[in-house]
Design a binder for this molecule. Structure first.
Ligand code: 3HC
Ligand code: NAI
Length: 702
């Protein structure tokens, strides 16, 4: 196997090239090979200077995250090597391009000079993995930038562009051409001018501007689920107040603790799951995605407008179509209003607003869609209407165009057939607000062609979405799992639990918002209409108590935030306890023979909300609706506010223990009765609980 690091000599300059695609991550092989190459430079005393650069799309983008889970993980060898590089008596230049992240930036910080191509991004994103920079980033960065700026960078994990980096002193030079050649020129200049070698570890670290760390610790401690934040502050404190060697020990200790933390394991799981979700089993590498140069959207309402913004933001010309001039103008005006709001916050310039609006064309005639490569329908959630709209799109779309539906509940296969070319159709289920929410469920119909799927997955990434493929079923992955969650929320309410109590239990677990607040915000009417329609179609359990609360709230016009009352009363946007709702829930309980209780604990609420949801997730896997457990975790963390520090419902289930979950479901079946099968563990849950086979290793065989 070729070495991932090579050394060459050009005149009096040595060049080390790291080539470990895709992102030149630091692995044990890279460390060993880098060490060998650096030793070669050390041995060749006649050389004047060294340049370290990378092949491919980026400089080192971090340590190999997969390495963290292996028993031989130990950053010490790398850290010692960085110390050797920094101690060199001859200039060492880091020549940067792409994304210089984590252990990559830590390598650059150990060099004496940093030159970067325009477009390079630099950062220490370890906090996003529940970690801290563990190769002396917490010690060198404060010495280079000052504690305040270093903390800002490490606590946010944000990347800085070259202008910012130059201004802050993180890099020394922005080059015009290629990093490698620029690095060589910088090295020659440093040699010619006999420039003093700047060793970052020897600099003193200025204290934060406000003089202390107490406020940083208090702020970081507000989110105890993310222990890396306090640990980073502690390390920077050590960088300022103690020697480099002492700081190194503090960093090593804190890093080791974080590495074993549940939070970091969860966040690492999500990092890989998000990337894996983009891979579609059975899709061969030869399935080339098509180019999407123009997009059409039918329906300029809440979703259509938000969806259009995604494409326009990615510089893709977009046609927005509605039935009347008034509806179209309302949609276009709302988009402009959103852009103006971003401009008012300084996120866009006036020119950028105009440039984006210029990419948008309004239309009333379907012929305007004829040259679109992708057409997404986002009209009212009505099967007959959507079938008509799909047929009209199918009638005008050019051959090869992709047709997508944004339906949340309807059968994508039926709509695919209505379009007259089912192999070109799939679902693109955006979440509201569509220009903000990361998740995109990509619904694979029975006949969807592989290149259609491949195109949409690639496009999703290009517009900044996190795509997950789902098969066709009611609610796809996310909303199908939401149903048992809301069912139990309602039974708990009828038994006498208060909305505040339920929300507090879910939020204590880490949910961004408890279920009662969530429904009030999304609109009780939206949820109720789905329940009513499904009820009529005989698709819901025949239990008269089933989702009785949402139906009643709808009947009373208590739609949530938008009408000032739902599960709560609203003081502006603030939910306030509403005795009227409590009386209503009790009356519904009495009407449906639900026994009143006063002993509902937070633990019971969590178990009853989440264990049935997990059970449904396992059914979804078993049926092949989702490809793997990680896909479900991505759906719930990216689209439903599930806490990322728990890794998603499937990851949490594995940590909790599938045996325990199966036992607790059976327990609730005993105490609550299981006439409707609400509490029956799914066959996959039963099997995994019995065999002990880990869910994370599970793959579908049938
Ligand atoms: N370790 C292992 N694999 C990595 C990786 C890493 N640090 N960074 C990226 N990859 C892999 C991805 O899993 C993906 O693999 P796949 O093609 O098999 O799915 C491939 O590289 C490409 O990644 P993306 O699909 O994310 O490509 P993008 O171009 O969209 O993004 C990136 C590139 C900006 C580098 C992004 O991948 C990223 O943010 N990576 C993580 C960077 C990071 O967190 N670095 C710090 C690591 S921790 C560390 O360094 C600890 C140290 O302080 C000791
Ligand atoms: P909306 O009511 O805000 O907008 C629908 C738009 O479609 C209106 O502008 C209407 O004039 C237009 N329209 C109706 N018939 C049309 C036709 N024949 N041709 C062209 N335009 C037509 O509805 P919303 O909320 O944007 O929902 C649209 C779709 O998105 C629905 O399928 C819904 O289920 C789905 N969805 C909605 C989410 C939400 O939170 N609002 C989330 C995810 C999906």
């Amino acid at each position: 196997m070729n070495s991932p690091v090579t050394f060459v000599q050009e005149g009096s300059i040595g060049l080390i090239r790291i080539d470990n695609r895709p992102v030149n991550a630091v692995s044990p092989r890279v460390v060993a090979a880098l060490e060998a190459s650096f030793a070669e430079f050390e041995e060749r005393g006649s050389l004047d200077a060294l340049v370290i650069y990378c092949a491919g799309r980026t400089f080192v983008a971090g340590a190999d995250i997969a390495w963290f889970d292996s028993s031989d993980f130990n950053p010490q060898a790398y850290n010692r090597l960085l110390a050797r590089i920094e101690a060199s008596e001859r200039p060492v230049v880091a020549a940067l391009h792409g994304t210089v992240l984590g252990a990559g930036l830590e390598l650059a910080l150990a060099c004496h000079w940093r030159v970067a191509e325009p477009g390079t991004k630099l950062g220490l994103p370890e906090v996003k993995l529940g970690l801290l920079p563990g190769s002396l980033g917490t010690q060198r960065l404060p010495r280079l930038l000052g504690a305040g700026a270093a903390l800002g960078m490490m606590l946010s994990g944000a990347m800085a562009g070259v202008q910012q980096a130059l201004q802050d002193g993180l890099i020394d030079e922005v080059c015009e051409g290629e990093a490698r050649a620029a690095g060589k020129a910088s090295a020659q200049r440093l040699v010619a001018t006999r420039a003093a070698l700047r060793r970052t570890s020897a600099l003193a670290a200025p204290v934060p501007p406000d003089g202390g760390f107490a406020q940083y610790v208090t702020d970081a401690a507000r989110k105890p689920q993310y222990p890396a934040r306090v640990a980073i502050v502690r390390c920077v404190e050590a960088a300022v107040e103690r020697s480099f060697m002492d700081g190194e020990q503090v960093e090593a200790r804190e890093f080791a603790t974080l590495l074993g933390s549940a939070t970091s394991k969860s966040l690492r799981h999500l990092f890989f799951s998000e990337r894996e979700a983009a891979r579609i089993p059975g899709l061969s590498d030869s399935t080339a995605p098509q180019a999407v140069r123009r997009v059409g959207i039918v329906g300029a309402g809440t979703m259509g407008g938000g969806i259009a913004m995604n494409f326009v933001n990615a510089n893709i010309p977009t046609v927005l179509l509605d039935t009347t001039e008034a509806a179209l103008q309302r949609g276009l005006d709302l988009i402009r209003k959103n852009y103006m709001a971003s401009a008012a916050k300084g996120k866009l310039t006036a020119e950028q607003v105009e440039q984006r609006m210029g990419l948008l064309t309004g239309a009333l005639e379907y012929t305007a869609l004829a040259d679109c490569d992708l057409i997404i329908e986002a009209v009212f959630e009505d099967l007959e209407l959507k079938k008509q709209v799909c047929a009209r799109i199918g009638g005008v779309a050019k051959s090869g165009a992709i047709i997508a539906t944004n339906t949340s509940t309807l059968d994508v296969n039926v709509l695919a057939r209505a379009a007259g070319r089912p192999e070109r159709v799939l679902g693109m289920h955006f979440f509201s607000p569509a220009n903000v929410m990361r998740l995109l469920e990509v619904v694979r119909g029975d006949d969807t062609a592989p290149e259609v799927l491949a195109t949409v997955m690639k496009l999703a990434k290009a517009i900044g979405k996190t795509p997950v493929v789902s098969g066709v079923c009611f609610g796809f992955i996310g909303n199908r799992m939401l149903e048992p969650y809301l069912r139990e929320m309602e039974f708990l309410l009828m038994e006498g639990a208060e909305p505040k109590q339920i929300d507090a239990a879910a939020e204590a677990l880490g949910m961004a918002m408890g279920p009662c607040r969530m429904i009030d915000m999304a609109g009780v009417d939206v949820g109720a209409k789905v329940v009513i329609e499904r009820g009529k179609a005989g698709e819901l359990p025949a239990d008269p108590a089933y989702r009785a609360v949402v139906r009643k709230l709808f009947e009373l016009g208590r739609y949530g935030q938008k009408t000032g009352a739902g599960h709560y009363r609203y003081d502006g946007r603030t939910p306030v306890h509403d005795p009227e709702f409590s009386a209503l829930a009790r009356a519904l309980g009495d009407m449906h023979g639900v026994a009143r209780r006063t002993d509902i604990s937070g633990e019971e609420i969590v178990e009853r909300l989440f264990y049935p949801l997990i059970n449904e997730g396992l059914r979804i896997l078993d049926e092949g609706i989702a490809y793997r457990p990680g896909d479900i975790d991505v759906v719930w963390t990216a689209g439903y506010g599930f806490p990322d520090h728990c890794g998603g419902p499937m990851f949490m289930a594995e940590q909790t223990g599938l045996t325990k979950i199966a036992q607790r479901l059976r327990h609730y079946a005993r105490v609550r009765g299981d006439a409707f099968g609400y509490w029956t563990p799914s066959s996959l849950l039963t099997r995994l609980a019995e065999t002990g086979e880990p869910l994370s290793k599970w793959t579908r065989t049938a």
